[in-house]
Each structure stands twice: as C-alpha cells, then as structure tokens.
Write a protein that binds this ligand. Sequence first.
Ligand code: MN
Length: 324
Amino acid sequence: MATMFSEFQEKIKNYSNIGILSHIRPDGDCIGSQVALSLWLKKKGYEVRAFNDDDIPGNLQWMLDFFPVVKPGFHDFDSCDLFICLDGNSLPRFGVFEEWVKGKQLPVWMIDHHPDPQDHFHLSVSVEIASSTCELVYNLISVDDVTLFDEQIAKALYTGIITDTGSLQFESVTAETVEIVAHLLRIGQFTPNEIIEIIYSNKSIGQLNLLSKALETIRMYENNQIAVMCVTKEMLESTHTSPADTEGFVTYPLSIDGVKAAVLLKDFFDDGVRISLRSRSSIDVNIWARELQGGGHKKAAGAWHKGPLDEAINDVVKIGIKQL
Ligand SMILES: [Mn+2]
C-alpha cells in the first residue's frame, strides 16, 4: 500500500489541474472521498474541480458546502491535465466522462476498494480489503502530511467510512478502521451523532410506508437460508416515494435469524429488474452476481435481470441455492 501512495504523491507533482470524479448514483463513500481528496489537493496548491453526473442525495448535500461537486458539461473536462476516479474501478461507472476521455491521451487514475479492477487506469490505488475509499484517502493524506487534516476533511472521510461499513458493523472493519475513525473525531471536534443524524434520521412517512409494503413481500427459500424482498413501481406510486427511498431496505431481510443471504429486487425500471445481493455468511455474492452479469464485493453485490419479476426471482434463487 505504501508504494502505491508514494507513487501517487511523486507523480501528482507533474500536474496542476485535477478533475476528481465520483461514480454515478453517488453514495456517502464516493462523495466523502471526493470532497476530502479535493480539499486536500486544494490545500496543496492544485487547481481542483469535482464532478458527478447525478443528483447528490439530500442527506449528503451538506458536504457540497465544503467543496462543490458539479454535473459536468462536455467541455468542463477540457482544462484538466489529470483525472482521478474514486470508489469505482471501471470507466462506465463514471458517466459521461468515459465517452469524453475515449481516445484522448490523458492520465486517468483511480482510488478504489472493489474487486477485479480494470487495467485501463494509468495509476491505481486499489485495495480490496479496505473498508471504504475514504479509508484509502485517509491513508494517502496521513503518509503525506497529517497537519493537512482539518474539520471538513475529517467529517467527509468519517461519513464515507460510516456509510460504507453499516456504521462500523461489516466484516471489512478492522482495528485500524476504528482507530482512523477515532482520529477523525479528534481532528474534526465532532461527535458521531452530529453526522449520523444528518445521514440517517431524515426519513419521510412515505418511505416508512414503502418499507412496510416491502417487508410484507419477504419470502424465504432453502430452509430459511435465503430471504427475498421486492419493491415494485406500484408501491412507489402508492406511497409517493422514489427509487432512492429503497436505500438500506436490504438489511431487513438480511437480519432474519438464520439467513445467509438476502436479495432485494427493484421492479421499477424500464429496462429490467435491479437486484441487490447481501451476504452475512461464507456465500460470495460477487460470484452470485457475476452469473447474472453483475458484480460487487463478497458481501454486497448487484446485477440486472431483464424481467419479469417472477422470472427474476426464480433465476436469482436458483443461482443462490448453488452457493449454499
Ligand atoms: Mn465504497
């Protein structure tokens, strides 16, 4: 890891205008790492611009006061001489940028913790065992100059680590992760609840009604080892909610006693059914998702199915049974 960081620190000196990209359908880890990395590089004297194709979820928008993340127009990339992609390891994860950069001889780097990174990056800080991209950015700043940490960087990194680890509950959390979090709390002079409340205590009544409907769909398979939950377009309509309101739903079927893996099927897209897979056993849902042309981590992965919903459930359960 140390060599990756020293290569990063050495080579970045060759550039002055840096574009930082975070993945489409942004989450706490990609926005947290993007804001923190941007603030750090700005402190070091670089020109920095941060881009994301999509709307930033409401509970993360406070970080944009620290550093703006803007939707790129095609020419917004022109002034940059280096690009850094965060929290994703293949260019299609970064929206319109992929199309813009195609055929150009410009350096594109990445910092990420997902398995099976693509090799089209010119420099990769790719650590699958890291809890989050924010943990990697923390390490990058630490080996450079610890005095560059400040309250805003600390809060952004804290947010990413917390959201990507289910509030420090996942298997990816190590003693080092917890030490990092402790250090961030000390640097930023904040308490966990200040951020946890902004991130999690912002639900609408519609969202809870949607959850109630989704919980009723839970079906168990293979002697209660696999739990399957669905959200349909009709449910969104009747509760006046949107796709983003299903965030975190999959943890409910996963919390049933004895369940080894949980599946959430989202049947409200025009082009098929979105499948989220979660494991809390030796089942590797990355392998499971790959059989459906998807992917992710061992404990959390995703895929698409052309539908209809019943067929998607049948196929996903059939593949899951093989993993037991
Ligand atoms: Mn992440």
